[in-house]
Design a protein around this ligand. Structure first.
Ligand code: AMP
Ligand code: MG
Length: 348
């Protein structure tokens, strides 16, 4: 199929948005920007339409999708047993990068929830996403718009690289603002539990609803704890190169990466380095990419996936990355980076 390219970088084009909405209502697929990453959308209430998402992405069918809504009262149509905390969190963080897991109502097909009796719901903070949800009928199921296993897309070009010819339309809304996927909080547990870290930190959640815990399966180093979000068990974002995270004091990390990169290059390997702006000038060899500044942590989350994709395109053999344990988004950045590295961490 020919994929329509809808350029909305300078604002919403009403004609193209109508067309996008009618594609969704007729059971097609539209990729669209959100404030986190690009999503691949289909009508969430149409089991066949959401089935096409799995096909286009090559996504395992047990990995459920997030249902995107544009107004709060849509929540009551698709969720049941909604606790008070859901309304408090919606008031504090919606529209925004927070996904809530709640009991599902009967109108949500199990193909969207991977067979679970719960549903993931989010209201994105992006005018194109909100307009598309409105125009598409109010309920859009959307995971990230990448081929399964590749880093999530943070530009429309990344979506095109993965899904051109497989979906009906790509809406280009420019680069996204946050760059890592939403925080997921499960409100069906006795104590609300974070299943995936994101821009909204555990401390921010606690400041609104009190007690919140992290899914013990998130650490991934103890096989007796499986992550509760089915998607978190996969080795996402695996770059083609061998990626190692180097952690320790800033000075030791810089010295170790510089030495390891020199060794790799002297063996004839192509070596990528992921550095903070503040450290980049410490490296004397390799392909150095600045993620962003530690003083402005959102610049790091914004660029991380793009850099991993670029290193794939350049065909580098090994990548050394600094560790980015920044105060708010650090948990999300390191969760994605550690997965990309297959838990390969060097402490110096
Ligand atoms: P994506 O936005 O592409 O990363 O995919 C959505 C994420 O939400 C995946 O990690 C899913 O496993 C997770 N998810 C969606 N629905 C549920 C649910 N009902 N319970 C637990 N996790 C979910
Ligand atoms: Mg994804």
């Amino acid at each position: 199929m020919d994929t329509i390219w809808a350029d909305m970088r300078d604002g919403i084009d009403e004609g193209l948005m109508d067309r996008a909405g009618s594609i969704i209502r007729r059971g097609g697929l539209v990729a669209f920007p959100t404030e986190t990453v690009y999503g691949l959308g289909a009508d969430a209430l149409d089991p066949e339409a959401s089935g096409k998402i799995y096909q286009a992405k090559g996504r395992p069918s047990d990995n459920p999708l997030i249902v995107h809504i544009h107004r709060l009262d849509s929540l009551e149509k698709i969720a049941r047993f909604i606790p008070k905390q859901a309304y408090l969190l919606a008031e504090a963080f919606w529209p925004g990068p927070l996904t809530m897991i709640l009991g599902k109502s009967d109108i949500v097909p199990t193909s969207v929830t991977g067979g679970l009796d719960t549903v993931a719901i989010r209201m994105p903070d992006h005018e194109i996403a909100l307009a598309l949800i409105r125009s598409g009928g109010g309920y859009i199921a959307a995971p990230s718009a990448n081929t399964s296993g590749r880093p999530s897309p943070t530009t429309a070009q990344h979506v095109k690289d993965d899904l051109d010819g497989k979906i009906d339309m790509i809406i280009d809304g420019g680069s996204v603002g946050i760059g890592v996927e939403s925080t997921i909080i499960d409100l069906t547990e006795d104590v609300p539990m974070v299943l995936r870290p994101g821009f909204i930190s555990v401390d921010m959640l606690r400041s609104v609803i009190g007690d919140v815990r992290m899914d013990p399966g998130l650490h991934g180093d103890d096989p007796s704890f499986r992550p509760k979000a089915p998607g978190m068990k996969y080795r996402h974002y695996a770059p083609k190169a061998d990626l190692t995270i180097v952690e320790g004091s800033a000075e030791h990390v810089r010295a170790a990466i510089d030495r390891l990169a020199c060794e790799a290059v002297s063996k004839g390997l192509s070596c990528g380095i992921i550095a903070a702006d503040e450290d980049a000038s410490s490296y004397h060899t390799g392909i150095v990419r600045c993620a962003g500044s530690r003083a402005k942590e959102i610049t790091i989350s914004q660029h991380l996936f793009g850099i991993l994709r670029e290193f794939d395109d350049l065909g580098v053999d090994v990548i050394y990355s600094e560790s980015f344990d920044t105060p708010q988004i650090g948990a999300a950045i390191m969760n994605r980076l550690i997965k990309a590295a297959g838990h390969h961490i060097l402490s110096v």
